[in-house]
Design a binder for this molecule. Structure first.
Ligand code: UD1
Ligand code: CA
Length: 463
C-alpha cells in the first residue's frame, strides 16, 4: 500500500521579474526574450500554473507595461516595482497582492527551466511551517549568495558574494533564490529588512537570520538537474539554456520511441506529438502544435509549424509546412511549401517547388513540379502538370478555382479564377483557361504551331 503525503496547497506563487537585464544589450525586457519559441517568463508561468496555486503574482518593472501586455491571461496578478531596490524590496512591493494565509513560493522570471518536481518539496516544508531554500553545491559558486551554516549544520544566513569574507567565498553551497515559506512570516519579516550592505539593496535573503532567531525550521533542497537553476543574464546563457531545453526535448522523443537521425540537430519550439515509428532526419524545426501520425518520415531541413501529418506520409527534405493538414500516405517535397489552409487528403503527391495555399486537394491527386495552387478546391485523381498555376488574384480580390475529379491539367497551364474545370476534362499543355472547362474531352487555348523552312539564322557581320 502506498501512503499519500498531505495534498499540496500553494496559496501564492510570486515570480520576480523586475530586473533590468542590462547585459542582454536589448531594447526588449529580458524576460520577454524567447527560449524554445516562448518568452522566458512564459516558461516560469507554465511551471507556476502546473503547481496549481491560488494566485500567481508577477513583479515587473523594467520595460514599462510591455511585460504585462505580453501576458494578457486573467489568472496573473501584476505588481509594478519601481525603482528596483533588490529582491527584498520586490517582495515587499508584492506583499499587498498576496493572500494572507497559506504558503508563498518565490520563483525568478529569468530562470526558465525550473521543474515542478523540484519545487514541490519546498512548498511541502513551508506547509509544515518552515522556511525552505533551494540550494546547490557548485564547483564554481562565483556570483551567487553563499549558504552560511552554524557548527551544527543549521542554516544561519545567506551572504551575497559582494558582502562575503574571503572565507565565506570558499563556500560552494549557493542560494538559487527559490524559496517557500508561510505567507504570514513574510508579512512579519519583510518590513524589518534594511539596506545596510555593499549594494545598498533590500536583500530577501536577510529573512534567513530572522527565521533562525525565531527557531523556524530551515531546510535546504536541491534541484534534480543543475540546469534547472541556471538564470539568463546574457545571450550566451540564453543560447546555452536553449541547447539544454532542446537536448531534453530530444531525449523525451527518443524515450517515446521516435527515431532521430541526430538528437543534437532538432529544434522544438512548441509541442510535437509523435505516433509510433516516426523518423526525423537532421536539422528539422517544429513550431507551435505539430502532430505526426504513425510511420511518418520527415526528411532533413524541414520546418513544420502548426500542422498535422497523417500516417505513412513522407515529407522529403527542405519542405516548409505551415498551418496545414496533410492526410495519410502522402508524399511531400523535396522543396515543397504548404501554406496556411492547405488541406491534403490521402495519397496526395506534392513535389518540388510547389506552393499550395488555402486549398483542398482530394485523394490521390498529384501536383509534382513547379506549381502554385491557391484558393482552390481539387477533387480526386487529378494530375496537375509541371509549371501549372492558378491565377487567383486579380490585383484586388482573390477568386477560387475548382477542379473536379479525374481531371488532367497539361503542363504550363494558367487557370484564371474564378474558373471550374469539370469532371474528367483534359486541358492541353500551355493553355490559359479563362472560362469554365466542360467535362471530359480536351480543352486547350494555344496558338497554332508554324514552321518556316526557308528561314535562315542571322550571322555575325564580319568587320
Ligand atoms: C539573488 C540572491 C542571491 C542568489 C541569486 C541567484 C538576493 C539578495 N540575492 O542575487 O543570493 O544567489 O539571486 O541568482 O536575493 N529582481 C526584482 N527586483 C529587484 C531585484 C531583482 O524583481 O529589485 C528579480 C530579478 O528580475 C531576478 C531576480 O529578482 O529575476 C534575482 O535578481 P538578481 O539581481 O539576478 O539576483 P541577485 O540579487 O544578484
Ligand atoms: Ca542573478
Amino acid at each position: 500500500m502506498t501512503t499519500h503525503p498531505p495534498s499540496l496547497a500553494i496559496e501564492n506563487i510570486v515570480i520576480l521579474a523586475a530586473g533590468k537585464g542590462t547585459r542582454m544589450f536589448s531594447r526588449h525586457p529580458k524576460v520577454l526574450h524567447p527560449l524554445a519559441g516562448q518568452p522566458l517568463l512564459a516558461h516560469v508561468i507554465g511551471a507556476a500554473r502546473a503547481l496549481r496555486p491560488r494566485r500567481i503574482i508577477v513583479v515587473h518593472g523594467h520595460g514599462g507595461d510591455a511585460v504585462a501586455a505580453a501576458f494578457p491571461a486573467a489568472d496573473l496578478h501584476w505588481v509594478r516595482q519601481e525603482p528596483q531596490q533588490g529582491t527584498g524590496h520586490a517582495m515587499l512591493t508584492a506583499l499587498p497582492a498576496l493572500t494572507k494565509q497559506g504558503v508563498t513560493l518565490i520563483l525568478y522570471g529569468d530562470v526558465p527551466l525550473i521543474a515542478c518536481d523540484t519545487l514541490r518539496p519546498l512548498a511541502r516544508h513551508a506547509q509544515e511551517g518552515g522556511l525552505a531554500l533551494l540550494t546547490a553545491h557548485l564547483t564554481d559558486p562565483a556570483g551567487y549568495g553563499r549558504i552560511v551554516r552554524d557548527t551544527g549544520g543549521g542554516v544561519q544566513s545567506i551572504i551575497e558574494e559582494k558582502d562575503a569574507t574571503p572565507e565565506q567565498r570558499q563556500i560552494h553551497e549557493i542560494n538559487t533564490g527559490f524559496m517557500a515559506l508561510p505567507t504570514r512570516h513574510l508579512a512579519d519579516w519583510l518590513p524589518r529588512l534594511d539596506t545596510r550592505n555593499t549594494q545598498g539593496e533590500y536583500y530577501l535573503t536577510d529573512i534567513v537570520p530572522l527565521a533562525a532567531a525565531q527557531r523556524i525550521a530551515i531546510t535546504t533542497h536541491h534541484p534534480q538537474r543543475e540546469w534547472e537553476i541556471h538564470g539568463v543574464n546574457n545571450k550566451q546563457q540564453l543560447a546555452e539554456l536553449e541547447r539544454v531545453f532542446q537536448r531534453e526535448s530530444a531525449r523525451e522523443l527518443l524515450a517515446q520511441g521516435v527515431t532521430l537521425a541526430d538528437p543534437a540537430r532538432i529544434d522544438i519550439r512548441g509541442r510535437l506529438t509523435c505516433a509510433q515509428d516516426v523518423s526525423i532526419d537532421v536539422n528539422c524545426i517544429f513550431e507551435g502544435e505539430v502532430a505526426l501520425g504513425e510511420n511518418v518520415t520527415i526528411g532533413a531541413h524541414c520546418v513544420i509549424r502548426n500542422a498535422t501529418i497523417g500516417k505513412d506520409t513522407v515529407i522529403e527534405a527542405f519542405s516548409l509546412i505551415e498551418q496545414a493538414m496533410v492526410g495519410d500516405s502522402c508524399r511531400i517535397g523535396p522543396f515543397a511549401r504548404l501554406r496556411p489552409g492547405a488541406r491534403l487528403a490521402a495519397t496526395v503527391h506534392v513535389g518540388n517547388f510547389v506552393e499550395i495555399k488555402n486549398s483542398n486537394i482530394g485523394d490521390n491527386s498529384k501536383i509534382n513540379h513547379l506549381s502554385y495552387i491557391g484558393d482552390s478546391d481539387l477533387g480526386k485523381n487529378i494530375n496537375v502538370g509541371a509549371g501549372s498555376i492558378t491565377c487567383n488574384y486579380d490585383g484586388a480580390n482573390k477568386h477560387r478555382t475548382t477542379i473536379e475529379d479525374n481531371v488532367f491539367i497539361g503542363s504550363d497551364t494558367q487557370l484564371v479564377a474564378p474558373v471550374t474545370v469539370k469532371k474528367g476534362a483534359t486541358v492541353g499543355a500551355g493553355s490559359t483557361i479563362t472560362r469554365d472547362v466542360p467535362a471530359d474531352g480536351l480543352t486547350l487555348s494555344r496558338s497554332k504551331q508554324v514552321s518556316v523552312p526557308s528561314w535562315r539564322r542571322p550571322v555575325k557581320k564580319s568587320q
